[in-house]
Design a protein around this ligand. Structure first.
Ligand code: N01
Length: 527
């Protein structure tokens, strides 16, 4: 990495003035500055590196927490666990942090670790192409072109809004926007509003707007399981105690971590354990809704845990409000002023909120990453679905690591824990490159295959596969390529160090002389 050093200030300045054919070289190009990209950048800084560039399409750091500004947006993982391990925040106001606090936290962390200077904001990666001749990634952006020794994909699974393919939706004359692209210029006060979807976003939006709109129609395709939300404000005393005795907050974090980790037993090993949670969720329905017909409509016909378990104390009471209707007949079409359901009912609306989730397994970003032989990630993954070795590396894409790629998602705990595990792996990989003078590393196909075969074998017996639902965890082939099907501490252990023996590598000197010479692994030497 030493040969690739470019001063961060000159990097940013140069990129603005380069022509299409000129490239500014950086050691590491990181795409995205959410929890993953920002965390990666901080680690590189802590490791003493300055030759990295974070390319971010938004105007500041934050990723999904910058983009999801809808009313009621908040985390459903407890605050003490939902932060970087090296930067606990004693100032969280509640046990489940609201979105503005998380975004302010990320902004503050970026400033504290001086990461913004390495970020190119308002810049979209249009193409990232592996160049075999130079063993570098050629990264084209809307704000200059770069070359990089290593590419880090930190774009996250919940970045690209998925819009529903509903007949006539483009003809709607009122306001229509996705939950992750909230239009704050539009007032919903006194309007007739429709929400399409009943996922994690919708169940936060509904209760936040129901009292200001004249009427709310909630279009439910599949009823979700909703558990009580054990949320409360932190007292001043607690914040002071956490500030003065950080160990206390760390102990609280540990307790939450292990409590959450116990859910894995039900999700991934003994689904029957989840029946107790299902009983609690049923009691939550009974508590919030009196009308037997409405209770029936909101009771899922699949096992709890199969889709993400939602938490709310306000969702069911909101559905029971007089100015709210839960519509379950299925949408036939949208007209300029109304939504028509399959039973022919026409419901007039002024605004439609589309809370229909994200392109999780088919992100458009995959079409822009081009590996060996000119194949895009989208093409490589089309056949068998997305897969990577340890969620980090993909055969045919040398010198590229994901910070949380395929099968690293969680249904029970903090993604920040998984992100930090992958950041360890990235940091270790870069150190190995330096230590052994490596020009390239590429995961061996057989290692990637056996890793994924084992993972998918186990997936067959998890609640996500056996629970009787269709969810965004599953791809077009019906495989769960999004979740990590075990304990997170197993993942942490697995990604503790870069396992060079699972990779084909080339040495820098050899490569400089005549291209791709393999550096033998320990196993090959002893054989
Ligand atoms: O999206 P979703 P989300 N016609 O995909 C429905 C995280 N998150 O934005 O279940 C009609 O979960 C779809 O119906 P069905 C969290 O990881 C976290 O709500 O597919 N309906 C579903 O009801 C979460 O899991 C927080 O039948 C259509 C909904 O739209 C992830 O983000 C907060 C439809 C989509 O639900 C995504 O949540 C918010 C159509 N054509 C989000 N297409 C935290 O608190 C889809 N639907 C941390």
């Amino acid at each position: 990495m030493t040969r690739a050093t470019t001063s961060r200030r000159s990097t940013t300045r140069a990129s603005k003035s380069t022509t299409a054919d000129e490239r500014t070289h950086v050691g590491v190009a990181i795409i995205g500055s959410g929890f993953a990209g920002l965390g990666a950048a901080i680690r590189l800084r802590k490791d003493g590196r300055d030759d990295f560039l974070v390319i971010e399409r938004g105007s500041e750091v934050g990723g999904t927490w910058r983009d999801n500004t809808y009313p009621g947006a908040a985390c459903d993982v407890p605050s003490h666990l939902y932060s970087y391990s090296f930067e606990l925040n004693p100032n969280w106001s509640r046990s489940f942090s609201p979105q503005p606090e998380i975004q302010a936290y990320l902004r503050g962390v970026a400033e504290k670790y001086d990461v913004n200077a390495n970020c190119l904001f308002d810049t979209e990666v249009t193409l990232a192409q592996w160049d075999e001749a130079s063993s570098q990634w050629l990264v084209d952006t809307t704000n200059g072109n770069f070359s990089a020794d290593v590419l880090v994909g930190a774009v996250g699974a919940l970045a690209e809004p998925a819009l529903p393919d509903i007949k006539g939706i483009e003809s709607f004359a009122g306001e229509v926007f996705h939950s992750a692209r909230w239009n704050h210029d539009v007032s919903l006060e006194g309007k007739r509003v429709a929400i399409i979807g009943t996922g994690a976003s919708a169940i936060q939006i509904g209760p936040a707007i129901a009292s200001q709109v004249s009427h709310l129609d909630v279009y439910q395709r599949t009823a979700p399981w909703v558990m009580p939300r054990r949320d409360r404000e932190y007292t001043k005393l607690e914040s002071i105690a956490y500030k003065r005795v950080p160990y206390l907050q760390r102990a609280a974090r540990e307790a939450i971590y292990w409590g959450r980790e116990s859910f894995v037993l039900g999700f991934a090993f003994q689904p029957k354990i989840l029946l107790a949670a299902q009983r609690m969720a049923k009691a939550n329905i009974a508590k919030g809704i009196k009308d037997p017909e409405l209770r029936k409509k909101v009771t899922p016909n699949w096992q709890i845990g199969c889709k993400r378990i939602l938490i709310s104390n306000t969702w069911y009471p909101m559905l029971a409000q007089d100015n709210v209707d839960l519509v379950t007949d299925g949408i036939a079409e949208v007209r300029p002023n109304a939504i028509v359901t399959k039973d022919g009912t026409v419901r007039e609306v002024d605004a439609i909120i589309v809370a229909t989730g994200f392109h999780v397994t088919d992100s458009p970003t995959y079409e822009r990453i081009v590996g060996v032989g000119g194949r895009t990630l989208a093409e490589v993954w089309q056949e068998k679905g997305q897969q990577a070795y340890k969620g980090a590396s993909v055969a045919g894409f040398p010198n590229m690591l994901f910070v949380v790629g395929p099968n690293t998602g969680l249904g029970h705990s903090s993604m920040v824990y998984m992100i930090e595990s992958h950041i360890n792996y990235l940091s270790s990989a870069l150190q190995e490159m330096d230590k052994h003078g490596l020009a390239t590393f590429e995961v061996r196909e057989d290692r990637q295959r056996s890793f994924n075969e084992k993972l998918q074998d186990h997936m067959d017996s998890t609640i996500w596969t056996t629970g009787g639902c269709a969810s965004w965890y599953l791809d077009a082939h019906g495989n769960n390529t999004t979740l990590w099907p075990s304990f997170t501490f197993v993942f942490r252990q697995m990604t503790r160090r870069f396992d060079r023996e699972a990779y084909r590598t080339t040495a820098r000197s050899d490569q400089a002389e005549r291209g791709l010479t393999l550096v033998p692994t320990k196993e090959e030497v002893s054989a």
